[in-house]
Design a protein around this ligand. Structure first.
Ligand SMILES: [Zn+2]
Length: 226
């Protein structure tokens, strides 16, 4: 478990990065014993590691918000990160076949290579060239997509919604790096606010305040904000 100072430093290092890099950075920080390159993990393995970090760092009952595409109603959702954290990793050597060619599971590094592609179909073609070889027919591309989703089910996390306001039904994917990073940012802001109150009241340094146990710090905060 990283210390509060380490979580603060993690946020500081990654704050201007792309969510894909923030995801890799968080996994590397949370699993320092990992010697492999996290950027080359299949996406489902990365997502599972991020779910484990969510449970470990911030508890296992996260809530998020989305917006109904039809009426803009704000909808709250829960994410079962415990189930994600406990699900099986995809086979890292996992590969699928179509049109006599082999395609490996996409990784963070593959997605990072596509971030500047604004056109979806050219992004898909570029991805397929990275993970396999040669061009495919529309039908073969569809087959590869379906097989990849089956081989690495956690690569994309989709939630279904029923809007209570207008009755619209829609699906949305949850980007786990973005999700975890938003929570890290909220956590860091609360932590810095606590430091601010105690430093203002007692003149203690940030290091002194952060080295205190959360319980003891809370006692002081209760007095300062009483
Ligand atoms: Zn709606």
């Amino acid at each position: 478990m990283p210390t509060q100072t380490e979580l603060l430093a993690l946020w500081e290092t990654g704050r201007t990065m792309h969510p894909l890099d923030q995801g890799v950075l968080a996994v590397e920080a949370g699993f320092p014993e990992t010697t492999e390159r996290v950027a080359d993990w299949p996406l489902g393995r990365r997502n599972r590691a991020l779910a484990q970090l969510r449970c470990r760092w911030f508890g296992d009952a996260p809530r998020g918000w989305t917006e109904c595409p039809q009426c803009a109603e704000k909808l709250e959702f829960g994410l079962d990160v415990r189930a994600l954290a406990e699900s099986a990793d995809p086979n890292p050597e996992g590969a699928v076949e179509a049109g006599g060619r082999t395609f490996r599971l996409p990784t963070s590094r593959d997605l990072a290579a596509l971030v500047h592609e604004t056109d979806v179909s050219s992004a898909v073609r570029l991805l397929l060239r990275r993970i396999g070889d040669g061009d495919l027919s529309e039908q073969e591309m569809e087959s590869v997509g379906e097989q990849l989703a089956a081989a690495d089910p956690l690569a994309e996390i989709r939630l279904s919604f029923d809007c209570p306001n207008c009755g619209a039904q829609f699906e949305e994917s949850v980007d786990l790096p973005t999700f975890l990073w938003a929570e890290l940012e909220a956590y860091v802001k609360r932590l810095v606010a606590d430091v601010h109150w105690l430093a203002s009241a007692y003149g203690w340094s940030e290091a002194e305040i952060l080295s205190m146990s959360s319980a003891r710090r809370q006692l002081y905060l209760d007095m300062v904000t009483a």
